[in-house]
Every structure is written in C-alpha cells, then in structure tokens.
Ligand binder design. Structure first.
Ligand code: ATP
Ligand code: MG
Length: 421
C-alpha cells in the first residue's frame, strides 16, 4: 500500500530546504541585529491554553484546531500559532523577573484544519516575534521595522503595511456600543457568522469578507474615531516612528482583532502579487494577554509571518535566492586497490574543514566525473594508478580542466590554499 502525505501538508526536498535554510538564516541574523533571542516551545500544548490565549470566538478555536486526547486522558492541541505558548513560557519560566523587555522570536510548524489552497495549508510555518514589557509605541514600531527589514532584504516589492488602532479597555466599550447601535437596524440581514459576532465579538464584523455585511458597514463609526486620549497619543507616536524609519503605511480602519486582550496597534502586511491569500504578516499589541493567561499584567507586542507565503512571493516576483556552494573537492577512485586510501583522504579533507565527496557506488571514472559535476565540485582528486606508487594524486581543476600531479601528503594544504583564493 502506498501511503500519501496528509492533505494540506508538504514535503520539502533538499532543493527546497536549502532555500528554507537561507531564509531562516536571514531571519536569525535580523533578530540578532534587533536583539531578539530564540524561544522554542512544545509543538502541542494543553487545549485550554489556546481556548483562552487565542480566544474561543476565533475561527482558529471554533473550527481549525487539531485537538486530541492522549492516553492519559489529557486534552492536547497541536499549536495553531505561537503567541499563546510564548506568553505561557514567559509566565511559567518567570521571565518577567529578569531584565525587561524580553525580546523573543520563534519559527516552526503550526497546525490548522483549514481548506487547503494556494498559500493555505494544514501544516504551515510561521516566524514571529514577541516583545514583553514595554508599553511604549517605540516597541510597536520596532516589531514592524523588524518584519519590514526582512522583506526589504529579500528584495520584495509592492508590500503594503496596513495599520490601525483598536483602542483599549477604557475606550473600546463605548466604541463597541456605538458599532452595535449602528448595525442593529440591519442585524437580521448580516451573514449568520456576523449575527453571532454581534454580541460576542462585534468588532470582527468590520473585517467580514461578505459583501453584504460590508455594505451595511458603510458610514459605520471607526475605532480611530473612538480612541481615548492615551490611545490616540500612542497611535500618533507609532506613526511618527514609522515615518522616522521611512516605512510607508496605509490606515485601514477595517483591520481589527476583536478580543479584549488586543489593544492599540493592529497591523498586517499584504502582498497582492500572491493572489487571494495575500496576508504575509499579521501582528499587534496585546496588553491584556499575559494577565489573561495567569501572569501579572504585562504589555506585549508582536507579529507572525507565514513562511510559505514568503516563497510564493519570491516566485511571483521572480526573485532568486543565492545558490548554495557546491563541493570543494570530489575524491575519485581509479582502481579497487585505491579505495581505502581515497576514503581516508576524503576523511582528512573533511576534518580539515573542506566539503569533500567520495564515490560509494563503485562507478567508472567517467561516471564519477559526471557525479562530481552534478555536485558542482570545484576540484577532483584522482586517487590510484601509478601516481599512488609515487605517493601522489592527480588534482583536476573542474573549471579549467587543468591537471597536475601533487604529493598526497601536501594535498590538503594545497587545496585549502587554492580554495581560499
Ligand atoms: P488569514 O486571514 O490568511 O487566514 P490569519 O489571520 O489566520 O490569516 P494569523 O493567524 O495572523 O493569520 O497568522 C499570521 C500569518 O501566518 C498570516 O499572515 C499568513 O501569512 C500565515 N498563515 C496563517 N494561516 C496560514 C495557513 N493555513 N497556511 C499558510 N500560511 C498561513
Ligand atoms: Mg486564518
């Protein structure tokens, strides 16, 4: 029986993983520059963490979680995102007791039961950051700048940063009320999901994709109209920091996250080139989340970006990543008697830091050369024949095809010198 991979998952083959590693390295480098250190949390958590931390009115909790019971009868869930786990880890490991802010990044697989389509998978990968401690608008701008810097270094164009503020527990109740009052006359004409949202999570009606709901929203009050002085000032400051960093943005009053623990800044980075799933990054401030998950009230801000969508974007904009280097040297065997000697030479070359290939298929010399070419070897060493009786090997420069005889005792040093040039 031939088993296939589960729907909505991917195999990444060596040519793909080389690209993933390049992107991951770039992200690590940018995090180092911004002072963010890596956090690794379990792939599964107690289900209760996500019910509270993601919110039981969200799509994720209502229909997208991979939840299972383990043999001990615990309800566990494959992580659909990493912010809740980061908050749990911050509280559980008492990171709040150390130097603040605590700047963390993560990357890895996330799991959501969604309808698979271009840019949407059931196992996908996110990179994200969380900054715990600062309430300052500079922290909001910092995480946005980090995401922006990543796309800039990749050379991606046409990115659109959407920005909004959803206020705070002081100003939101009045806004919520105003929005409900505005929509109430059309309540029964809203889509079923929005009718449900009306009481539980009315802000989410603002970003409903249903055209009819959008029509009833025309002229609706915005969160920006309702910000209290403090939230207004915060939002103005975030914008001046973005100006200072030369990061262009667009105000989008439909961009919301309806839950109480999301406060102030909400942002999303869109890229229309990659089709319908155009959100490449989403984030914002969550001053209520740490407390919601049992810690003491601590401000926080962060984002998550979808890695698969980075690759779609690179393809759509025809951007190639730098190619990985090939082998430094391939050790070819001329005859059976030379096999052990050649193997030993390959080991020595690797110990001295070179990337050395060796033929384990016992192939003809011609086939070995062909293989060396496929591995983009810079040099090939021919081991065996009469040269070996003179304690020497033939060194072939694969580019110029030039061949020279070299002492086997000096070959490592000679190659290192040639490759250093
Ligand atoms: P969407 O509106 O596309 O469903 P979301 O609001 O669910 O996005 P977030 O939870 O904010 O997305 O996740 C952040 C980023 O992770 C998204 O902007 C997107 O790039 C990526 N992402 C989310 N879900 C998936 C998925 N199922 N497959 C691939 N990437 C995803
Ligand atoms: Mg989603």
């Amino acid at each position: 029986m031939l088993t296939k991979r589960p729907r909505g998952t991917n195999d990444f083959l060596p040519e793909d993983t080389a690209k993933w590693q390049y992107i991951e390295k770039l992200l690590r480098e940018i995090c180092r520059q911004f002072g963010y250190a890596e956090l690794r949390t379990p792939i599964f958590e107690e289900t209760a963490l996500f019910l509270r931390g993601v919110g039981d009115t969200t799509d994720i909790v209502q229909k997208e979680m991979y939840t299972f019971e383990d043999t001990g009868g615990r309800s566990l869930t494959l992580r659909p995102e990493n912010t809740a786990s980061a908050v749990r880890a911050y509280v559980e490991n008492k990171l709040f007791a150390g130097q603040q802010p605590v700047r963390l990044f993560y990357m890895g697989p996330m799991f959501r039961y969604e309808r698979p389509q271009a840019g949407r998978f059931r196992q996908f990968h996110q990179f994200g950051v969380e900054c715990f401690g600062p309430a300052s608008p500079a922290a909001d701008a910092e995480v946005i700048a980090l995401a922006w810097e990543f796309y800039r270094r990749l050379g991606l164009k046409n990115l659109e940063l959407n920005l909004n503020s959803v206020g705070c527990p002081n100003c939101r109740p009045a806004y919520r009320q105003a929005l409900q009052d505005f929509l109430r006359p059309h309540l029964l004409e809203l889509c079923p999901t929005c009718q449900e949202r009306f009481e539980k999570n009315p802000l989410r009606i603002l970003d409903c994709k249903n055209p009819q709901c959008q029509q009833f929203l025309q002229g609706a009050p915005t969160t920006l109209d309702a910000l209290c002085d403090e939230c207004h000032e915060h939002f103005e400051a975030v914008q001046s920091y973005l100006h200072a960093a030369a990061i262009p943005y667009r105000l989008n009053t439909k961009l919301v996250r309806g839950l109480d623990y999301y406060t102030n800044t909400a942002f999303e980075i869109l890229l229309s080139d990659i089709g319908a799933q155009s959100a490449v990054c989403g984030g914002g401030r969550y001053n209520g989340l740490v407390e919601e998950l049992g810690g003491k009230a601590t401000p926080g801000v962060g984002f998550a970006l979808g890695m698969e969508r980075v690759f779609s974007a690179l393809t759509a904009q025809k951007l190639a990543l730098p190619e990985q280097p090939g082998l430094d040297v391939f050790v070819a065997v001329l005859d059976k008697q030379a096999q052990t000697m050649a193997f030993q030479l390959a080991c020595n070359l690797r110990q001295s830091g070179l990337a050395a290939g060796y033929d384990t298929m016992e192939r003809s010399l011609k086939a070995q050369f062909k293989y060396a070419d496929s591995q983009r070897a810079a040099y090939t060493l021919l081991v065996g024949g009469e040269e070996l009786t003179r304690d020497s090997v033939v060194l072939r420069d694969m580019q110029s095809s030039e061949q020279t005889e070299q002492s086997i005792n000096e070959i490592v040093a000679i190659l290192k010198e040639k490759l250093a040039k």
